[in-house]
Ligand binder design. Structure first.
Ligand SMILES: *[C@@H]1O[C@H](CO)[C@@H](O)[C@H](O)[C@H]1NC(C)=O
Ligand SMILES: *[C@@H]1O[C@H](CO)[C@@H](O)[C@H](O)[C@H]1NC(C)=O
Ligand SMILES: *[C@@H]1O[C@H](CO)[C@@H](O)[C@H](O)[C@H]1NC(C)=O
Ligand SMILES: *[C@@H]1O[C@H](CO)[C@@H](O)[C@H](O)[C@H]1NC(C)=O
Ligand SMILES: [Fe+2]
Length: 435
């Protein structure tokens, strides 16, 4: 009896400690777009290796990385091992094949392509959305098809991933990461945190993604051809459970980052400054979210004191485009600053606009369904739609950026598009004096 129990125990332990098979494989940019970080999960501790190369069958290159033990905060204290390997010194304009894992188990074979050597002549193309979810991930099928036809250079997921990553002792997070592998193992999948990631101080988000910089992916920036992307955590404005330190840190980091990006040499190389963060400054949805308030925390700063608001800073550094999610719908604004519409001209509002353009794109799916709008469209709102869908952005060159909205409800129909044109990417506050 005791012997059988011991035998069963040792056998089960033996099996329980043998989950070496890599899963949830996904890519992100490292310090530059010529550096790729491969991240994956196993349930047992093992080494982290990527074998890769330009030849599909040879893969002569080998890179080793780190293995981090992650313990979910739920009652089961589930343990997983997160593997991270940096592939640097990649050759431009190349298709690489790779698999990852260790001698105890390898992943399927995946591929990714690198940008051309001359970034300035490159027109990066991205898919951008928020609020997708594990259940009801409406946009995923179309994105899988498009990514595997190699039309995108990267994907940006603007917060609210799995609903929620920590649910069911983080099994929902595992399931979500498995389902996005079909896109994220082929193109960098860049992220920022949303409100659905807040449990246990965003630990599932921080553990599972590998964004550039040293803030565990909460905020960071990267250059991609003519674009300087800035990722922000809007949650620092709403989640004081974890203190206000993060809010202050991000604010001063952002100011430094925008200052550097605006130095003439840098702005010349990467003229488009595009920010993304989860909760919008403006929205006209029919709900009680903060973006319905006149003085949104993100826009105007913390209540009463009005400290750390971002709209004024975006204006001062001439941020071209701000992308948000959280509202489960799509909304495009006229160029707007402090509720004032500042069109380029009446007939060409997006040609040399006099303020940042905001887009809210949070309708890629999720169990909470889509959000309707107020009956009357405010003056600053240009286009609104509650179909499931996602946004495509292509920076054609230094002056022309194309943006379109795809509807999944309407079989991939493009329901909205604009050309954003800026001949000079400069601070907007200088322009105010011209009026
Ligand atoms: C980068 O790759 C080139 C050519 O593939 C090689 O000559 C060079 O030594 C590599 N540099 C580093 C730092 O690995
Ligand atoms: C939450 O996580 C951040 C980022 O790792 C850390 O700096 C901060 O101290 C944590 N806050 C609390 C209250 O644990
Ligand atoms: C901005 O441009 C749009 C489109 O031409 C126009 O409908 C709107 O009235 C303009 N708003 C202002 C304040 O000029
Ligand atoms: C930038 O791209 C747009 C759209 O393709 C094009 O019309 C314009 O001529 C281009 N500008 C330059 C300087 O190449
Ligand atoms: Fe949200």
């Amino acid at each position: 009896m005791l012997l059988t129990a011991l035998l069963v125990l040792s056998l089960s332990r033996c099996f329980a400690t043998n989950y070496f098979q890599p899963e949830q494989i996904h890519l992100s940019y490292g310090a530059s777009i010529y550096d790729i970080v491969v991240t994956w999960t196993t349930y047992s501790d093992c080494k982290s290796t990527v074998e890769y190369g330009i030849d599909e069958y040879e893969r002569p290159l080998k890179a080793h990385g780190s293995t981090t033990k992650f313990i979910d905060g739920g009652p089961e204290r589930r343990v997983m091992y997160i593997h991270r390997v940096l592939l640097n010194n990649l050759t431009s304009s190349s298709k690489y094949f790779y698999h990852c894992g260790s001698d105890l188990g390898w992943s399927a074979l995946f591929w990714f392509t690198t940008p051309p050597k001359d970034e300035s002549k490159w027109s990066p193309h991205l898919a951008i959305y928020g609020d997708m979810g594990n259940e009801n991930a409406q946009s995923l099928a179309r994105l899988q098809d498009e990514v595997q036809r190699n039309i995108y250079d990267a994907i940006i997921h603007v917060g609210d991933f799995a609903y929620d990553m920590d649910s069911d002792n983080a099994r929902v997070g595992d399931e979500f990461m498995r389902q996005i592998e079909t896109v994220a193992a082929y193109v960098p999948y860049m992220t920022c945190p949303g409100n659905h990631e807040q449990t246990y101080n965003f630990s599932n988000y921080r553990a599972r993604f590998s964004m550039p910089g040293d803030t565990e992916g909460l905020w960071y920036s990267f250059d991609m051809g003519p674009i300087h992307f800035v990722a922000l955590s809007t949650e620092v404005y709403y989640n004081f459970n974890y203190g206000m330190k993060q809010l202050v840190k991000q604010y001063y980091w952002l100011e430094e980052d925008l200052k550097r990006a605006s130095e003439p040499d840098n702005r010349k190389k990467h003229p488009w400054i595009i920010t993304y963060g989860h909760r919008p400054m403006y929205c006209s949805n029919n709900d009680f979210d903060d973006c319905r308030q006149h003085s949104t925390f993100v826009r105007s700063g913390i209540p009463f004191l009005k400290w750390f608001g971002l709209e004024e800073m975006f204006h001062r550094y001439g941020v071209d485009l701000s992308i948000w999610a959280h509202e489960h719908s799509y909304e495009r604004l006229w160029p707007v600053y402090d509720y004032r519409v500042l069109n380029g001209s009446i007939s060409q509002p997006y040609q040399n606009p006099k303020a940042t353009v905001h887009i809210i794109t949070g309708s890629a799916g999720c169990s909470e369904r889509t959000d309707p709008f107020t009956p009357i469209k405010p003056e600053w709102s240009a286009f609104r739609n509650s179909d499931y869908g996602y946004t495509k952005v292509k920076a054609w060159n230094d002056t022309h950026l194309y943006l379109e909205q795809v509807s999944d409800d309407q079989d991939g129909k493009v329901i909205d598009s604009i050309w954003l044109v800026r001949e000079r990417h400069e601070a907007f506050d200088n322009l105010d004096h011209l009026d």
